[in-house]
Design a protein around this ligand. Structure first.
Ligand code: KG4
Ligand code: ZN
Length: 369
């Protein structure tokens, strides 16, 4: 069964053709970073207009790369929640039109479940970035860390997850983006901070880690205190005993200095000290979850899966088998939408043509949605 998947929940316009919920025949992901960079963040109105421009060429080119006519598509799936309403509406409305015109089933899919399903996909031979699915059987722990989501979940099946932890304020990638914006480092901030941090001293500043250690918050993270410390109270957290705040790493240059910084500060040290706390918070919560749940496989998804420190640290934790799927399956992508939709269809779910989008879905502690 060939499912055409469409993803338009935020600023990626993506389409994919996936066979039987597993094999990706083709996928295109059209980003919109250039459109949003001047605003240092995604502007919903701009995003939905770009989706309108991109959706038809992206779908057409995806079918061409898969080597199929639209008549060969057995079902069409689109993200319906959560995300930016205007952006979601473009992809979902397109899918409705196709379902109606071709008399094929429509499947409206949840984006969070789809991310946690993504590691089960593999690329057809010969497609760039080709890779085998790596995850093995359920259950596993899913760690979804992106600009919009921070979720640690026990994944039992494609439609059965238990959210163990989430953020109580900003998403992980959002914190990277906001700190980078303040330091004048550009957008998106995650990759820039990550790169800069490689040259900095992780302990130049001892930024605070939230005290979410007990009870129902033991797997949760919080970035607002860390963000405030980095942006507004940096001097308070300068580590006097660290040799790294001036020339010690030898990697500093005037290019790394931001106009916001005080005398002698290096952006690389700020980036490294921030990144250490931001990532260790995640690693710590995942370690707790692994120990408590007795599940060793941890599959990472979301844009922050690219983070170099996370990629080094998570596999070092005793008892964790950390898996990082190909990056194209970590960030927002349509293959995960088509993939999970196949299982919904096989179970007998079909969405009505009047199905609506839902911008927010509350993350309840023991069940989702
Ligand atoms: O999954 P994604 O492409 O889009 C959504 O947010 O849905 O994730 C983008 C986020 C941005 O916040 C970006 O700054 C962050 O992922 N990111 C990173 C890195 N690469 C991307 N954060 C930290 N380190 C990175 N290397
Ligand atoms: Zn996403």
């Amino acid at each position: 069964m060939l499912v055409l998947g469409i993803e338009s929940s935020c600023d990626e316009c993506s389409a994919a053709v996936v066979e039987d919920g597993r094999l990706i025949h083709a996928q295109i992901i059209a980003g919109q970073e250039a459109s949003h960079a001047p605003f240092a963040g995604v502007v919903p109105e701009v995003a939905s207009r770009r989706h309108v421009e991109l959706i038809l060429p992206v779908v057409t080119e995806t079918l061409a790369r898969a080597g199929i006519e639209v008549s060969a598509v057995d079902a069409v799936a689109a993200t319906s929640r959560p995300g930016l309403s205007g952006s979601l509406l473009v992809g979902l409305s397109f899918a409705k039109g196709l379902a109606l015109a071709r008399s094929i089933p429509l499947l409206a899919v949840d984006h969070i479940y789809a991310h946690l399903y993504a590691p089960r996909l593999s690329f057809r031979d010969g497609i760039a970035g080709g890779s085998e699915s790596c995850v093995g059987p359920y259950p596993y722990l899913g760690l979804l860390v992106s600009g919009g989501h921070t979720v640690i979940a026990r994944v039992e099946d494609f439609d059965t997850i238990t959210v163990l932890g989430t953020t109580i304020d900003d998403a992980c990638g959002e914190a990277f983006d906001k700190v980078a914006k303040h330091l004048g480092l550009g957008y998106p901030g995650g990759p820039v901070i990550d790169k800069l941090a490689e040259e900095g001293d992780d302990f130049a500043y001892l930024f605070p880690d939230p005290s979410l250690h007990k009870g129902r918050h033991r797997y949760d993270v919080s970035y607002s205190g860390l963000k405030t410390a980095v942006i507004n109270q940096r001097e308070k957290f300068r580590n006097e005993r660290s040799g790294g705040s001036k020339e010690s790493t030898g990697a500093g240059s005037d290019d790394e200095r931001s106009g916001e910084e005080g005398e002698g500060e290096r952006a690389a040290d700020i980036a490294a000290s921030f990144r250490r706390v931001a990532i260790e918070m995640i690693v710590n919560r995942v370690s707790r979850a692994v120990a408590a749940e007795g599940i060793s496989t941890v599959v990472v998804g979301g844009g922050v899966a690219a983070n170099r420190l996370l990629r080094r640290r998570l596999p070092e934790v005793p008892g964790i088998r950390a898996l990082f799927p190909p990056f194209e399956l970590c960030t927002d992508n349509a293959a995960m939408i088509a993939g999970i939709a196949y299982h919904h269809f096989a179970r007998g779910d079909v969405s009505p043509l009047d199905v609506d989008v839902n911008s927010r879905v509350p993350l309840f502690r023991h069940s989702y949605p």
